[in-house]
Design a protein around this ligand. Sequence first.
Ligand SMILES: [Zn+2]
Ligand SMILES: [Zn+2]
Ligand SMILES: [Zn+2]
Length: 346
Amino acid sequence: MAWNRRRVLAALPLAWASGALGSAPGGAGAVARAPGSRAAARRLARPRRTRARVEVVALGTAQDAGVPQINCFKDHCAVVRSGAAEPPRVACLGLVDHDTGHRFLIDATPDFSPQVGDLLAPDGVPLPEVAGATVQLQSHLHGVLLTHAHIGHYSGLVHLGKEVAAPRGLPVWASTAMGEFLRANAPWEALFRNGFADLRLAAAGVRIGLTPSLAVTPFQVVHRPEYSDTLGYLIHGPERTLMYVPDADVWDGWQVPFEQLLVQADVALIDGSFWSHQELGHRVQADIPHPPVSETIERLGSMHKRPQIWFIHLNHTNPLWDPEAPELRSMPAGFGVTRTGQRWDL
Ligand SMILES: [Zn+2]
Ligand SMILES: [Zn+2]
Ligand SMILES: [Zn+2]
């Protein structure tokens, strides 16, 4: 699509840093309700007075490379590079059990540091327990659950090293293949050798209890296995389940069929990398396959008992970043675009 620079300038902060409190997705309308700054997103990430016991918050929504992408000089990236719009962060979820005070992240992105900040100290308010300049990270962040070994999903683990936080035994859950990759390669292996992180197994189909009220069930996803396989997660609270699949090549051929997992969830945040197959210019879409949003909507549109669907992990080229995009307005009820700061009570 053609990008109108002024329209994009006016619209981008709204789409990128906005949130609605668990509202039902409804295409353009759902986005338009949102406030318009990262500060607003942080306020939304702050626990409310009447708290659900378990809450999931979106701490970022972009594909691995974020926005601006290093080699893109089109308007949608240039406007962020110029400072006129805040850069959206890479797709990441925070899980909070307000009863126990436990907090977890799904994926350690290149934006790991500010995302931990948004999870632990929303709105920039310091942790009340802090006496010195720094804290023992493992006292406030209680684990990281990884999906796979593409840069947007695990490279933030560098912040657990000796140069940075050096926590004591921070739990990191990963599949067997992902764990072997981390243990076999520097600098990741040093995190475990030095006891900064404690590697734990996330096995497909095996429920992991994180707190008495919060659990996850990993599942296998079909996605380019260059260094590891890929997991998605069903996140279970006391009342509701949220499905998270930021990255997938296709919706077919899964070990447990995609739709069979989807119907177990009340809300699903799924791969929205591309709107269509035509987005990439010089890159060949077949080299980096993702189910386009337009086709996913078509596939799931007629599905009986479909959960709320929110697309996440948007590539910098995706027209859905623009709240005035016709593609966004064309989305039927029940589908929406995830915003940073958006949260769901489970
Ligand atoms: Zn990714
Ligand atoms: Zn771009
Ligand atoms: Zn990936």
